[in-house]
Design a binder for this molecule. Sequence first.
Ligand SMILES: [Zn+2]
Ligand SMILES: [Zn+2]
Length: 339
Amino acid sequence: MNQLSLSRNTSDSLKTNGKPAFAPSLDTVQQVDINEREFRRASQSKSERWTLRTPTKRDIVDRLERVSADDALRLKNCCSAFRVLTCGEHTLRSYPTFRCKKLFCPDCAAERATRLGNQTEAKIREVMKTTKGRLCFLTLTTKNAATLDGGLVKLKKSFANFKRKKVFKKHIKGYFGAFEYTFNPKTNDFHVHLHLIVLRGKFWNQSDISDAWRDVTGDSFIVDIREIKNTHKGVKEVCKYPMKPTDLMTMPDDKFLEVVKMKKGTRMFVSGGCFYNVKLDDDADETDENVFSQFAELTEGDACPFCKQELFDVLVDRRQHIGLHELNAMPNIVKNNSS
Ligand SMILES: [Zn+2]
Ligand SMILES: [Zn+2]
């Protein structure tokens, strides 16, 4: 699992292991229907729809160079070199020497999604051991907003009022969720929504939720609730990337800059009730992605658990690193170079 996530992080091409570097939206079927259809009808002709591809990191750097040189450089340097712990034959651990930690960076977004997914799943399973209820996936949407910040503020405010409602407390024992946004180039505005995992006590039907949501938003009523059959998949849906990378390429410069310059530390998560302790650290340091590795404890000088050779620390560039994970072994050249 860790191997897969690492090789996905370090992909600078469109696809890794046959999967897109950015997973497609995992929205529930109905939600995808509403959003995608609406989005596509408004934004693209039939032919455009099929030619829009996921931008690579290079594409994003190119675009960024024209609007913000600083950010372009940071993005370019992100994950360009890695520290690797290896015996020369087996790769036990690796992490980039620098991460930009931007939400629009394909490398950092993938790493964040994996890390948050792992943390959250463990915590939710822990809570579920002692609390009864049905785990559900709840999506709340608001009308499009001219600015990303404006859209986020409005949704956060609406949700704050929503969770205080009697009817919310009556049905929901705990919630955990993340904000997500898409961009509509035809109307030139953002669509911000909130994906939640909720622990539902009493059954709460969609039209009642919709009414309650309209009460707090005034104008928005599109909601979706469904039971989660697979906790792992459910958590993944919430912890995925907060935006569609293709949107980055369709937005005008001012909107693009708004996304790029989004305040560091802007809260993208909510949690409460019995999931109050499902708090996520969105600013983990570089080594944190190895926390879930079974080899996290090993250091230089220890014996490789597979072949008993001595482990050493080495610096490799991005290309070597990708090769390394494809082979799951350290190319000999690297070992020779470093000694
Ligand atoms: Zn990055
Ligand atoms: Zn070994």
